[in-house]
Design a protein around this ligand. Structure first.
Ligand SMILES: Cc1ncc(COP(=O)(O)O)c(C=O)c1O
Length: 399
C-alpha cells in the first residue's frame, strides 16, 4: 500500500480539502461506510433480542466487532464495553468506582488533561472530599517523573492521557502505569488521541480502565467509543447504567446482573457504530500502525521546521520523539480563530481555540492556539501548501 496515495483514494474528501483537524475527528474511508451500509441495508435488527435471522446476524456482527476491538488493544473479549465516546467512558469509570473512595483518598492526574479526563475527577473529589493532585510538568508538556513518583505514592487512582490533544506530547503512560500498580492504585488511561495513531496495548500500559473514541484515530463513525475494564474489576466496578440487557434475572423484589460485557451495556447499543468501528480498525490494521506513525512523524518534522523558519512559535515537546501528530501554534498578532478562518479560505481545515484543555492554556498564559493535526492520509505536499499560506500571512503582517 502506498502511503498516503492509496489511503487517499479511499477517502474522497482528501481530494477536496486539506483536512488537518484529525484530533477533533478523522475522515471516513469507504470500507467503513460500506460496512455500516451493509448493516442498515441487509441485516438491520436489534442484537441479543431475537431468534430471527436478521437479529442473529446483527448479534454475530456486533460481537465480532467487539472481538476486533479486543485484539486491537490486547484485551479479552469480555473486557471490551461499547460506549458513545471517550468522554462517556471516563465518566462511567468515575461513577462506577465512586463507592470505593473514602474522604481524604487521593486521585492523581496531570495538568495537561482534556476536560473529559479532568472534570469527572474534579466532581468526584468535590462530592466525596478527595484530594486531587497534579503531576508537575513544564510548558512543553513534559512530565516530571520524580514528581510523579512522589505524587503517586499512596494514591487510590491515577488517571492520565496517553497523548495531549492540545500540545501533542506523548506521555510516559507505561512508566506511570507501573508506578501506579506498584502503589496498588487503579490506573486509568485516556487513549482518545493515541488509539489508531500508535500502539495501544492495555497490558503494556498497565491499564485497569481505558477509554477511546471510534471517530478519531480508528477512523470509525461518531457515536461509538470503548471502555476497557480489566477483568479484575468486574466485581468492583458498579455499572452506572442498568436495565435492558444487563440482567440475568429480575423479580419485583430485585434483580441479578448478568456477566460482562452485557452487564455494562444497558439498552440497545450503537450497533451500526460498533460495526463501523471494527471496519475502521481493520482498515488501519491493513495499513499498519507503524506506517501510520511513521507518516505522521514525517509531517510533524516538516511542519515544525517550517514554522521555525517562519518564526511562528509552536507548542509541545521540542524532542520530536515525544511529539505525536498534533502541532499547536500561534501567529503573533493574530487571534487563533482569525488564522483558522484564513486557512479555511485557502481550503485548509484546522482547529482553533482552547481545545477543551483550558488549564493548559492558562499554564501557557495564552487564550488559545491554532492546531494542525494529522492522520495517515495527510501528505507532505499538503504541509507545504499550508506553510505557503502561513508564509504569505506572515509577510502581509510585516508589510
Ligand atoms: C485527550 C482527549 N481526551 C478525551 C477526548 C474526548 O473525546 P470525545 O469527544 O470523543 O469524547 C478528546 C477529544 O478531543 C481528547 O483529545
Amino acid at each position: 500500500m502506498r502511503i498516503p496515495e492509496d489511503v487517499r483514494k479511499d477517502i474522497p474528501l482528501t481530494g477536496e480539502v486539506i483536512y488537518f483537524d484529525n484530533t477533533a475527528t478523522s475522515l471516513t474511508p469507504k470500507p467503513v461506510i460500506e460496512a455500516m451500509d451493509e448493516y442498515y441495508l441487509r441485516y438491520r435488527a436489534n442484537v441479543h433480542r431475537g431468534v430471527h435471522r436478521l437479529s442473529q446476524m446483527a448479534t454475530h456482527k456486533y460481537e465480532e466487532s467487539r472481538k476486533v476491538v479486543a485484539e486491537f488493544i490486547n484485551a479479552r473479549f469480555e473486557e471490551v464495553v461499547f460506549t458513545k465516546n471517550t468522554s462517556e467512558s471516563l465518566n462511567l469509570v468515575a461513577l462506577g468506582l465512586e463507592h470505593i473512595f473514602k474522604p481524604g483518598d487521593k486521585i492523581v492526574t496531570t495538568p495537561y488533561e482534556h476536560h473529559s479526563d479532568l472534570l469527572p475527577w474534579q466532581r468526584l473529589a468535590k462530592k466525596l472530599g478527595l484530594r486531587l493532585e497534579f503531576i508537575e510538568g513544564d510548558n512543553e508538556g513534559n512530565l516530571d517523573l520524580s514528581d510523579a513518583e512522589r505524587k503517586i505514592r499512596g494514591a487510590k487512582l491515577v488517571a492520565v492521557q496517553h497523548v495531549s490533544n492540545a500540545l501533542g506530547v506523548i506521555h510516559e503512560v507505561e512508566e506511570l502505569g507501573k508506578m501506579a500498580k506498584e502503589e496498588g492504585a487503579i490506573f486509568v488511561v485516556d487513549a482518545a488521541q493515541s488509539a489508531g495513531h500508535m500502539e495501544v496495548d492495555v497490558k503494556r500500559l498497565h491499564a485497569d480502565f481505558l477509554g477511546l473514541s471510534g471517530h478519531k484515530g480508528p477512523m470509525g463513525p461518531t457515536g461509538i467509543g470503548v471502555l476497557y475494564i480489566n477483568e479484575e474489576f468486574f466485581e468492583v466496578f458498579e455499572p452506572p447504567l442498568i436495565g435492558g440487557g444487563t440482567i440475568e434475572d429480575v423479580g419485583l423484589e430485585g434483580y441479578k446482573l448478568t456477566e460482562p460485557p452485557e452487564r455494562f451495556e444497558a439498552g440497545t447499543p450503537n450497533i451500526g457504530g460498533a460495526i463501523g468501528l471494527a471496519a475502521g480498525i481493520r482498515y488501519i490494521e491493513r495499513i499498519g500502525i507503524d506506517k501510520i506513525e511513521r507518516q505522521e512523524r514525517k509531517l510533524v518534522k516538516r511542519i515544525t521546521e517550517g514554522l521555525d523558519e517562519l518564526g511562528i512559535p509552536w507548542y509541545g515537546p521540542r524532542n520530536l520523539k515525544k511529539h505525536a501528530g498534533v502541532v499547536s501554534f500561534n501567529v503573533p498578532g493574530l487571534h487563533p480563530h482569525d488564522v483558522a478562518a484564513i486557512l479555511d479560505e485557502n481550503n485548509i481545515m484546522v482547529r482553533s481555540g482552547h481545545h477543551c484543555a483550558l488549564p493548559v492554556m492558562k499554564k501557557l498564559g495564552i487564550n488559545g492556539t491554532v492546531r494542525a493535526s494529522f492522520h495517515v492520509y495527510n501528505s507532505l505536499e499538503e504541509v507545504e501548501t499550508f506553510l505557503g499560506v502561513l508564509e504569505g500571512l506572515v509577510k502581509s503582517l510585516r508589510s
